[in-house]
Design a protein around this ligand. Structure first.
Ligand code: SF4
Length: 483
C-alpha cells in the first residue's frame, strides 16, 4: 500500500520514494526543529480550516487505516454533510481527504495547504485523491485547494484563507493515476531504482537524499556561480557535468568567469577594483548589522501577512576610534509584537553610525518593514536605511576563492577568507533554525523548561553576534587584500 504522501514523493522521484519506504529510519529523514515546525504550522492551518465548516465529522488519525475507512463509510451512510480526514483505499492506495462537503450534485473535495498560493504540485496531490474516491463510488462535483491568502492582514483585513478551483486541472491528469500508482507499487517491490540526478531533486521540494546522489566534487557544474537547479539540469542534459567541461566561450557572468580562473589556477583571485569598491566603507563610526526574524503561517502581530518575516532579534557592532568595536544586541521576549522595541533599540544603537554595513539586502527589507509597522519611528528608520551599505556585492564583484564553491553567502565566504571566525562551535548555525527557535521562545515559552529557554536565548545571541563579527572581520581582511 502507498499513501498519498508516498505518492507525492514518488511523483518527485522513485528513488526518493523507495528510500523513504525502505529506510524510514535513515538519518536524512529524521525531522529537525525546522521540519517539525513546518508540520506544526501545517496542523494549525488544517485545524483553522476545519473551523470554516460547521458540523463536520472528524475521522480520527489514531485508528488503523482500515478502521478509518470504515468510520468514513459509516459517516457518509449516516448522512454527514461534511467529513474531515475521510479515509479511502483503492488499488493499494490510501488517502485521507482534508475536507469533503456534500452537495446537491456530488461531493466537494477541499485540500488544505499552508502555502500562501496554489502550487503546481497541488494538482497531482488532489488528483490521486480524486481517483481513489472515484474508485469508491464517490462522485465529485468540484475540487478546490484551500490555501492561505497572501492579501490577508492580521487580524481582520480580508480572509485568512483563499480557495482555487482546480477541478479542470485535476480532471486533465486523473486518468494517469492508475498507471502512476501501480508503477510506484512495483518500484517498491523491486530493488533500489536507478534514477539520474536532475531538476526533480529540487522540485517541488529539496530532496533530503541529495548528499547520497549528487557528487560532492567542488568542480561539479552545480557548483558554478549563479547556477540553480534548472540551469544545472540543463548543463547535465547537454553532457556538461564539470565546470572544466564548459566551452571556453561559454556566456557566463563575471563572477563565474572569475570562479573559472580561480579553479584553474587553484588560488584566490582579487581584482584591482577591490580598493575602489571599499572606499565607501571608509567613513566612521561604521556599524555592522544583522537581523533574525520570525515567520508564521498564521500571522500573530498586527498588519502581518501569512509567512511574512518580522525582525525579532538583531546584533550590531560599531567601530570605535581606538580601533576596537562595541557590541549591542536585542532579542525579543514574550508573545507581544516585538517590532516596536526592536525598532526603538535599533534606532538608539545605530544613531551615531555614519554608514551601517550589512551582508545581503535582507536587512534593508526588514528596516522598511519595521518603518511600516512602527510609524512613530519611520523617519529614523528611513534615515537608517539611507546609511546601509552592502558588503556582499563587493565580494562578489572583486574576489573569488576556490573554496567558495560557487556561493557568496557569508557561510561560504568566511571559512575561506576569515578562518578565525567559524560557526562550527555554535549550536545554531543557520537562519532557518534561528527563526524557528525564536518563534518557540516567543510563542510557546511555557512549554519549554526554564534552563532550556536560557540556553536557547544564549545560542541565538551567539549566532547573530557571530554573523556581525564575521562581517567586521571580513571587511578587515578585504582591506588587507586591497592593500
Ligand atoms: S537526490 Fe534526486 S535522484 Fe536522488 S533520491 Fe533525491 S530526487 Fe531522487
Amino acid at each position: 500500500m502507498i499513501t498519498k504522501t508516498d505518492f507525492m514523493y514518488g511523483w518527485q522521484c522513485h528513488k526518493l520514494l523507495w528510500w523513504r519506504r525502505h529506510e524510514p529510519d535513515a538519518v536524512e529523514l529524521q525531522p529537525d526543529r525546522v521540519l517539525q515546525d513546518l508540520f506544526d504550522q501545517g496542523n494549525l492551518v488544517g485545524a483553522l480550516a476545519r473551523e470554516r465548516f460547521a458540523g463536520g465529522v472528524l475521522i480520527r488519525h489514531e485508528a488503523s487505516r482500515v478502521e478509518r475507512v470504515r468510520l468514513t463509510a459509516d459517516a457518509i451512510v449516516a448522512g454527514a454533510k461534511v467529513v474531515f480526514e475521510g479515509a479511502f483505499i483503492a488499488d493499494g492506495v490510501f488517502v485521507a481527504v482534508d475536507v469533503l462537503v456534500r452537495g446537491d450534485e456530488g461531493w466537494h473535495l477541499i485540500e488544505v495547504k499552508s502555502a500562501s498560493g496554489q502550487k503546481d504540485q497541488h494538482i497531482p496531490d488532489a488528483a490521486v485523491q480524486a481517483w481513489v474516491l472515484s474508485r469508491n463510488g464517490i462522485v465529485l462535483s468540484r475540487i478546490d485547494i484551500m490555501h492561505l491568502n497572501r492579501a490577508y492582514r492580521h487580524p481582520d483585513v480580508g480572509d485568512l484563507f483563499a480557495r482555487t478551483d482546480v477541478s479542470a486541472d485535476v480532471t486533465r491528469i486523473v486518468g494517469e493515476m492508475p498507471e502512476l500508482t501501480s508503477r510506484q507499487l512495483q518500484v517498491l517491490d523491486g530493488p533500489l531504482p536507478d534514477v539520474r540526478i536532475g531538476r526533480h531533486c529540487f522540485e517541488p521540494y529539496d530532496c533530503p537524499f541529495m548528499k547520497r546522489c549528487w557528487p560532492q566534487d567542488p568542480h561539479h557544474i552545480s557548483r558554478l556561480y549563479n547556477v540553480g537547479p534548472v540551469k544545472a539540469a540543463g548543463y547535465m542534459a547537454a553532457g556538461i557535468h564539470r565546470i572544466d567541461d564548459l566551452a571556453p566561450d561559454a556566456k557566463l557572468p563575471w563572477a563565474a568567469r572569475r570562479q573559472l580562473r580561480a579553479l584553474a589556477s587553484r588560488r584566490l583571485i582579487v581584482e584591482p577594483t577591490l580598493t575602489g569598491a571599499l572606499d565607501a566603507f571608509d567613513a566612521g563610526p561604521l556599524g555592522f548589522l544583522d537581523f533574525e526574524t520570525v515567520s508564521r503561517a498564521v500571522p500573530v502581530w498586527p498588519e502581518m501577512a501569512p509567512w511574512q518575516h518580522a525582525a525579532a532579534q538583531f546584533s550590531y557592532h560599531e567601530s570605535k576610534s581606538d580601533g576596537t568595536y562595541r557590541h549591542a544586541a536585542h532579542l525579543a521576549e514574550g508573545p507581544q509584537d516585538a517590532r516596536p522595541l526592536v525598532a526603538e533599540r535599533l534606532v538608539e544603537e545605530t544613531r551615531h553610525a555614519v554608514r551601517v554595513v550589512t551582508y545581503s539586502a535582507f536587512e534593508k527589507t526588514q528596516i522598511r518593514a519595521l518603518a511600516a509597522a512602527v510609524p512613530s519611528l519611520a523617519v529614523e528608520l528611513r534615515a537608517l536605511e539611507e546609511k546601509l551599505i552592502d558588503l556582499l556585492p563587493v565580494v562578489r564583484d572583486n574576489v573569488y576563492h576556490p573554496d567558495f564553491l560557487g556561493s557568496f553567502s557569508l557561510k561560504s565566504v568566511l571559512p575561506a577568507l576569515v578562518p578565525d571566525v567559524t560557526h562550527s562551535d555554535l549550536v545554531i548555525v543557520n537562519g532557518l533554525t534561528a527563526s524557528v527557535e525564536i518563534a518557540r521562545l516567543l510563542f510557546v515559552a511555557d512549554r519549554i523548561p526554564r534552563d532550556e529557554r536560557q540556553r536557547v536565548r544564549k545560542d541565538l545571541l551567539d549566532y547573530c553576534e557571530r554573523d556581525t563579527w564575521g562581517t567586521v572581520r571580513l571587511l578587515e581582511v578585504l582591506r588587507a587584500m586591497a592593500g
